[in-house]
Ligand binder design. Structure first.
Ligand SMILES: O=C(O)CCC(=O)C(=O)O
Ligand SMILES: [Fe+2]
Length: 292
């Protein structure tokens, strides 16, 4: 039976419960217009950086460069480069409600794993199919029983089609027993999106960027990854974001960026990422007062 993306599509005005039901069933949910009021400002903030960015990734080991895409521009560190990202994208209430619901079975809080622009250039081939969970490889052994430790929210920063390299995913692949079974490109479906739409996907779902077979239409998307608080994020953002910048963010955003501690409350287990057992947010406040 062919999969119809409409069956996994909701609107920004819909509830987190509906999003959750679709994510559970298909392994992802497309949320129409989730960031439609924010993408122009984000593009504005980032345009100069994207324009001067080359294709490919300079600092990755050779073996990973194919995966990242030799003809794809990847711009990382978005939270530092864009105030719109810090103010709006990190505080989107539907996205946060979805993530709260999804992660609460596994972890009391979560980090921003990465926020990066992925602009697939004309001529780029399809990305190798994968599950984002594989960044923490041990979980692959557990198949569908693996805990949900990483989620990806891919936001369209331009309208894009299958021909431009829309992300392709295999619906239901989060429910497979054997995660060592490679996905078949013929079983993937493109997630075509309009500017501002967002696609929230389980780390257990097989996917990859599609090939861009157009002559002159880059596909611009942003991936916002989130990982549970007891795993290391991809980007070391708290080490490179100035504290002064972090202070302008909401508490939720500070927590996701590593400027607050991680408390295992509901699931128990104590606190992590503290200073002498003190909540990091309190530590920053107290030591700053002492300095003044
Ligand atoms: O760019 C895309 O559509 C997906 C990229 C991706 O899945 C990844 O790099 O992990
Ligand atoms: Fe991925």
């Amino acid at each position: 039976m062919r999969f119809n993306l409409d069956d996994a599509t909701i609107y920004a005005t819909d509830s987190a419960e509906l999003a959750y039901a679709m994510y559970k069933k298909h392994g992802y949910v497309l949320i129409k217009g989730l960031f439609k009021d924010d993408v122009d400002a984000l593009n504005n903030d980032l345009e100069p950086y994207i324009a001067t960015k080359g294709v490919g990734v300079e600092h990755m080991p050779e073996s990973m460069r194919e995966f990242a895409g030799r003809n794809t521009k990847r711009l990382t560190r978005v939270p530092i480069l864009s105030q719109t990202f810090r103010d709006e994208f990190l505080n989107n209430s539907l996205l946060l409600s979805c993530l709260d619901t999804i992660f609460k079975e596994v972890s009391d809080s979560y980090w921003l794993c990465t926020a990066q622009i992925m602009e697939v250039q004309p001529g780029e081939k399809a990305q190798i199919l994968h599950r984002d969970l594989e960044v923490y490889p041990i979980f692959k052994r557990y198949g569908k029983e693996a805990p949900e430790v990483i989620m990806n929210c891919i936001v369209a920063l331009s309208d894009y089609t299958e021909e431009m390299g829309a992300t392709r995913a295999i619906p239901g692949s989060h429910l497979w027993d054997d995660y060592f079974q490679p996905g078949n490109p013929e079983d993937t479906y493109p997630i075509e999106m309009e500017k501002g739409d967002a696609f929230l996907m389980s780390g257990k779902t097989i996917h990859g960027a599609g090939a861009n077979i157009t002559m002159n239409k880059p596909r611009r998307a942003m991936a916002m990854g989130f990982n549970v608080g007891w795993l290391t994020p991809e980007e070391a953002l708290p080490l490179i974001m100035p504290l002064e910048m972090a202070k302008t963010m909401t508490q939720r955003a500070q927590q996701m960026l590593g400027f607050r501690s991680f408390h295992n409350t509901v699931l128990e287990g104590g606190s992590l990422w503290t200073v002498d057992f003190e909540e990091l947010g309190e530590y920053f406040k107290r030591t700053e007062t002492a300095a003044n």
